[in-house]
Unconditional design. Structure first.
Length: 314
């Protein structure tokens, strides 16, 4: 999409608006989730809608109460942004050269990668874009402390058997919580073992369940008990109390929901982190059913593909 698509002329926009930035490649699921009511503009993968922020799992970053600012020059644009706050992230879509020149006049924002275990940044990070050469859209407050909601880690390219571990690193980083040494974790659909590797490194006791074998290096790690069976045939009560349930299993969302409900009904697990993987179209109805479970959080991680992460802490 090369230019801003205005669904409502900006002069008719209400004072209260919100911006929803879709993950790269996943604008359609966000538009389906939000629905047509109140949509004002599509600016690349940024959706501008009327009203306060609403739940939107497919928004990787939500721009709270963005302001439209008329600008007369590059210097004027930079001055107006600096007058609001220091730290800004540019979402560039159209007027690229002009936007880059404005960005050069703003204080630099560190793009340092996180080491797993580092806390999330605490300094406010606003987002801005050029709707056209004479109009800024700027939101001082966003839902994510990371640029465009994208979390970049210092990766371990040697030990993990797949890149799936990055999803779990991101989920636990955003939670600000993680399994502790001695806690019991069940990892369903675990092969080749990326999530099991993360949990073992944290000092947890891990029951790793999959019909396919784990990577031999992961299976041999201390505190890893591999069970070669189907996650869906498992009786949750056979484990006794469990501190965390993890699942990155490949299955239709409705089948995962039934699996999760069996664990909830058993009442033996305290915390859940599960990937809801969509095959073909996005199953928004099942996603809504996950979100309706009390205590739930549903979000698209920057390391997710056509999938959402469901989290429940208790």
């Amino acid at each position: 999409m090369a230019e801003t698509r205005l669904l409502v002329p900006p002069v008719d926009w209400p004072a209260d608006i919100t911006g929803y930035l879709a993950p790269d490649g996943f604008l359609e699921p966000l538009l389906e989730e939000l629905g047509p009511d109140g949509l004002l503009a599509l600016h690349g993968r940024l959706v501008v809608a009327a009203g306060p922020a609403r739940p939107a799992a497919w928004a990787q970053n939500v721009w709270t109460a963005p302001q439209r600012l008329a600008i007369e020059s590059i210097g004027d644009a930079a001055a107006k942004l600096r007058a609001i706050q220091r730290n800004w992230a540019l979402y560039a879509h159209g007027s690229y050269r002009r936007a880059a020149l404005i960005e050069e006049r703003l204080p630099p924002v560190s793009a340092k990668k996180l080491a797993f275990g580092d806390p999330v940044p605490t300094s406010p990070l606003g987002s801005w874009t050029l709707l056209d050469p004479a109009t800024l859209l700027a939101a001082p407050h966003c839902s994510s402390p990371f640029r465009h909601g994208e979390v970049a880690f210092v990766e371990d390219r040697a030990a993990p058997p797949s890149r799936a571990y990055l999803k779990l690193w991101e989920a636990l980083t955003l939670l600000g919580d993680r399994p502790r040494p001695g806690e019991t974790c069940v990892d369903l659909g675990s092969s080749p073992g990326g999530w099991t590797w993360v949990l073992q490194q944290l000092g947890a006791q891990v029951y790793s369940v999959d019909k396919a074998r784990l990577d031999p290096g992961v299976e041999a790690l201390p505190n890893v008990v591999y069970r070669q069976e189907s996650a869906f045939a498992l009786d949750p009560r056979t484990f006794g109390p469990v501190d965390w349930l993890f699942s990155d299993v490949i299955c239709y969302p409705a089948r995962l929901l039934r699996l999760v409900e069996s664990w909830l009904d058993a009442g033996t697990c305290r915390r859940f982190v599960c990937t809801i993987k969509f095959q073909g179209s996005t199953d928004h109805e099942t996603a809504r059913r996950f979100a309706a479970i009390p205590g739930s959080r549903l979000l698209h991680l920057s390391h997710n593909k056509h999938e959402l992460t469901w989290i429940r802490l208790r």
